[in-house]
Design a binder for this molecule. Structure first.
Ligand SMILES: *Cc1c(COP(=O)(O)O)cnc(C)c1O
Length: 464
């Protein structure tokens, strides 16, 4: 049998040079960055897998959209294009544009959450949870247990545990639950999808109790792809149809357009209820901008409208996007490196708890592993573990999440498979010398969302 490979459904029209640095340059750079990859200068990075947020490459059609964007302060044509794109592809009538996802989370949390409320969700996301707490609410995790087990091969690790959700409703009462926050392709679980059956059942359970379902639909496209691959009955449906069905089981959504939507900045809150949308717009003018631009320029909205249509124009885009992530993941699995199973939609998540088992979680094993990978090759990754989880506001102790991960996140349409080979080789090299990597301690710890700006130093000098 002859092998038939797949390839990216695009060709390259413009390039941006990148260059490898020397080990001594990287030694200096990581020390100056306080061992936090967020604080590195991108000029000191070779292959940047910090995040897939806002790092996608736009198409020629999107770039052309920048030129014809309408910068009218009010009533911009590009706003109407965006509204139509969201209606056609996601199916929500009411669009509230924001500067990025957290802008939408802020507005949604402020209009729906009262102090003392409880918001169940399928695993926390950093900014989502922050805004729920900032509005006086408490997040309660109702994801299935398999999501916390990096070795579980459950095909839908993003699923809501309906018994846990029912338990939260019984314990607090529906009146204290303004909505259930349902994330598609759960980021912190490793880019893991939920099934359509589970989403439908969640929506039905909530409807029976008069509780709204608000999607974090930031990664709904990648979730739709996994449903097509893994859920019976969806094999022959297009991702566009599956995405529309996902959204049909919700009352609204927050979206960071810096992910699926193929733009560098932007986001939106989408709702069905026009009354709720009016409340959101009243806050929007205070925090983001007028209701027809929110936090975006006209050209940003034009490129976004085009990106939303482009992402589902054929299934080829998402097939190649997730295919590249799986390519890297499978190469690392073949090399024997412990990673989260199954490979997720937007990145490969190294199981730092297992790789760095010689370092206690209080010395930030994933943070140390991310720094070591940078030292080896200039590849930039990100910690998703105890540093990201923050402290319990009541006790002041660290949250100790079961998942202690390093995320290698793949920007969309930016790197080739050859870059993925370089990354595989570097991670394998670090894995082989992991005993030489030591723990870290804080030299500066911000109070909120600490992982962005925290600084560290080795507890003992590293032999690495
Ligand atoms: C990125 C992200 C957000 C936050 O969006 P920003 O645009 O970074 O503010 C929220 N939820 C999920 C799942 C995300 O991946």
């Amino acid at each position: 049998m002859t092998k038939r490979s797949w390839a990216e459904p695009w060709k390259i029209k413009m390039v941006e040079p990148i260059a490898m640095t020397s080990r001594s340059e990287r030694d200096t750079a990581i020390a100056e960055a306080g061992y936090n990859t967020f604080l590195l200068r991108s000029d000191d990075v070779y292959i940047d897998l910090l995040t897939d947020s806002g790092t996608s490459a736009m198409s020629d059609h999107q770039w052309a959209g920048l030129m014809v964007g309408d910068e009218a302060y009010a009533g911009s044509r590009s706003f109407h294009h965006l509204t139509e794109a969201v209606r056609d592809i996601y199916g929500y009538e009411e669009l509230i544009p924001t500067h990025q996802g957290r802008g939408a989370e802020h507005i949604l949390s402020q209009i729906l959450i009262e102090p003392g409320d409880v918001i169940p969700g399928n695993m926390y996301f950093t900014t989502t949870k922050f805004h729920q707490e900032y509005a006086g609410g408490t997040f309660v995790d109702v994801i299935i247990d398999e999501a916390h087990d990096p070795s579980s091969d459950h095909p839908f690790k993003g699923n809501v545990d309906l018994a846990k959700l029912q338990g939260v409703i019984d314990a607090y009462g529906a009146a204290r639950i303004p909505y259930v926050s349902v994330e598609t392709n759960v980021n912190m679980a490793g880019g893991q999808p939920m099934s359509m059956a589970n989403l439908r059942a969640t929506f039905e359970l909530c409807s029976r109790h008069g509780i709204l379902v608000m999607l974090d639909a930031t990664r709904a496209l990648e979730n739709a792809w996994f449903i097509k691959q893994r859920e019976a009955g969806y094999e022959t449906r297009s991702v566009a149809e599956i995405l529309a069905e996902i959204c049909s089981y919700s009352d609204g959504a927050t979206v960071s357009s810096k992910k699926d939507n193929l733009v560098n900045i932007g986001g939106f809150l989408a709702l069905r209820d026009p009354v709720l949308a009016q409340e959101a717009r009243a806050l929007l003018v205070a925090f983001e901008g007028l209701h027809t631009y929110g936090g975006m320029s006209g050209r940003d909205m034009e490129a976004l409208a085009r990106g939303i249509r482009e992402m589902v124009a054929t299934d080829d885009h998402v097939a190649a996007r997730v295919g590249q992530v799986e390519y890297l993941g499978n190469n690392l699995i073949k090399a024997g490196v412990p990673v989260v199973h199954p490979i997720g939609g937007h990145g490969v998540f190294l199981d730092a708890r297992s790789i760095m088992s010689h370092i206690p979680q209080s010395e930030f094993p994933a943070q140390a592993l991310a720094a070591a990978i940078y030292l080896d090759s200039g590849v930039r990754s990100m910690e998703r573990g105890v540093v990201s989880a923050g402290r319990d506001p009541e006790t002041g102790d660290h949250h100790y999440p079961q998942l202690e991960l390093v995320r290698l996140t793949i920007p969309r349409r930016v790197y080739t498979q050859a870059h993925m080979d370089v990354v595989t080789e570097s991670v394998f090299e670090v894995f082989q010398h992991r005993e030489a990597i030591g723990g870290l301690r804080f030299t500066y710890e911000p109070e909120k969302l600490r992982f962005f700006q925290a600084r560290f130093e080795p507890v003992q000098p590293w032999e690495f």
